[in-house]
Design a binder for this molecule. Structure first.
Ligand code: SAM
Ligand code: SF4
Length: 474
């Protein structure tokens, strides 16, 4: 597993509204899965205006860059893309074609009018909380001389203003249940770009999940910046926590698999840990970022827990679900991190054993508490620490993948494989799998994992009488 800074493949937008002139929409998405979800919803909102998807900037009447502000590199990439789009917009204008350029997401939220000052050819700047107002902004942008900028946190709930019908997603769907963050880690922009923690009501989440299942989704990944802090109003006037929601979602016909991401160690409650052993549809995989193994650095990061809490959680989760794969996020070189602190991180990694991880060099983000601290770690030292950490994490991931070889497991078929006569799918541990043979998209098929390749596992279809580990355990 590697870091996620590049543009992610475009979400599949809905078909345009009947009878509207065909216009083309290109959405480029950076950053987390929540941005992928948001891009899909923006496509849903624009479909009734006649926008159909395209991958080509030259043919796009509207381009949305859905951006990520989490590290400096991710933000800067947006401006290089905008530079290229300026030329495309000019060339299209010379042919009498209009191009609306919008910057959405966290860079838009953080930089607002700065974006149009730096790139005056941008027509719309919209924060993550205002994309339900896109149709109105597009109309205003086509009329107005200047750019339309909407980066407030409106009082209305954006989820109440999104169209109910969602584009067909295929067998794997994302569902945002929680947004924002009140934790204010020293290094992180999320509380400033996504606002205060907000949990969608249980009924709205269940309704969207039913709709996704009816549209063919077999695996649903619940999303939130702090997804396990979800505390949603229930219809009986109470509040449910995530474990209860997962139990209800598992009952929806067609839902074969559930996941949730991203979680905070502080919010792993007893019921949620137990749920990992009790809900067969909940996949044996958990992304639980720890960031550092040093209590001193964790305190400086304002993470609100010690390394020992993380180690105890890992043990308890594995007691509840022995085949659970844990993955994590790490930051090296937070201001004040010493060689001894970094050693503590390496010890934690060795003790836990991860199936994958994202690891980053600390990147100072304007306006965050850590950015103003004087005790920066030299860049060369950060590089060396990152290399050392990644080499251990890579070895652990390879070891985990190799240990899967020979197992018979359920694979969710997601499409055709790279070579003719192959299907592609994903294992319970989120590994990409390629197998020779035929099976319909959306089927959960028993397969024998045969070899661990650099980025995937190869497999063969198991014989019908062979039991998978999942069916044997059920
Ligand atoms: N809410 C999640 C949590 O608390 O673990 C993390 C969400 S954040 C969008 C994803 C990851 O980006 C973080 O876990 C962290 O490792 C990394 N990250 C965030 N800010 C960063 C920064 N300033 N420099 C480097 N990495 C950063
Ligand atoms: Fe950022 Fe910390 Fe909130 Fe995660 S918990 S989103 S790292 S402030």
């Amino acid at each position: 597993m590697s870091s996620s800074t590049g543009p992610v493949p475009a979400a599949t937008p809905a078909l345009p509204g009947a009878g509207k002139p065909a216009r083309k929409l290109l959405i480029r998405t950076w950053g987390c899965q929540m941005n992928v979800y948001d891009s899909g919803r923006m496509a849903d909102i624009l479909a009734p205006l006649g926008y159909a998807p395209t991958e080509s900037a030259e043919e796009a009447d509207m381009v949305i860059l859905n951006t990520c502000h989490i590290r400096e590199k991710a933000s800067e990439k947006v401006f290089s893309d905008l530079g290229r789009l300026r030329e495309t917009k000019k060339a299209r204008a010379a042919e009498g074609r209009q191009t609306v350029i919008a910057v959405a997401g966290c860079v838009a939220q953080a930089e607002g009018a700065e974006i149009t000052a730096r790139a005056p050819w941008v027509d719309i700047v919209l924060g993550p909380q205002t994309y339900h107002r896109l149709p109105e902004m597009v109309a205003r942008a086509s009329r107005a001389a200047g750019a339309v900028i909407e980066t407030d946190f409106p009082a209305e709930d954006k989820f109440d203003h999104l169209p109910e019908a969602r584009a067909t997603q295929g067998p794997v769907a994302f569902l945002t249940i929680q947004e924002g963050c009140d934790k204010f880690c020293s290094f992180c922009v999320v509380p400033y770009t996504r606002g205060a923690e907000f949990s969608r009501p249980a009924a709205a989440v269940l309704a969207e999940a039913r709709q996704l299942a009816a549209g063919g989704a077999r695996e649903i990944a619940l999303l939130g910046q702090n997804v396990n802090a979800w505390a949603g109003a229930s219809q009986d006037g109470g509040t449910w926590r995530l474990a209860r929601l997962l139990r209800e979602l598992a009952e929806i016909p067609g839902v074969a698999r559930l996941r949730y991401t991203t979680s905070h160690p502080r919010d792993m409650d007893d019921d949620l840990i137990a749920a990992h052993g009790e809900i067969p549809a909940l996949m044996p995989y958990l992304h639980l970022p720890v960031q550092s193994g040093s209590d001193r650095v964790l305190a400086a990061m304002n993470r609100g827990h010690k390394a020992d809490l993380y180690l105890r959680l890992a043990d308890r989760l594995r007691e509840a679900r022995p085949d659970l794969a844990l993955t994590s996020d790490f930051i090296v070189g937070h201001p004040g991190e010493t060689a001894a602190d970094f050693d503590a991180t390496m010890r934690l990694v060795e003790r836990v054993g991860f199936a994958g991880a994202y690891s980053f060099k600390y990147s100072a983000r304007p306006g965050t508490p850590a950015a103003g601290q004087p005790n920066a770690v030299p860049e060369a030292e950060k590089d060396a620490r990152l290399q050392a950490l990644q080499s251990v994490l890579r070895a652990q991931q390879d070891g985990f993948n190799r240990a899967c070889v020979g197992r018979v497991v359920d694979v969710l078929v997601t499409g055709t494989g790279r070579h003719p006569g192959q299907v592609a799918g994903r294992s319970p541990w989120l590994q990409p799998v390629h197998a020779t043979g035929a099976a319909p998209v959306g089927a959960v098929v028993p397969m024998t994992l045969r070899a661990a390749l650099p980025n995937s596992l190869s497999a063969t279809m198991a014989s019908p009488c062979q039991e998978t580990e999942e069916s044997a355990a059920a």
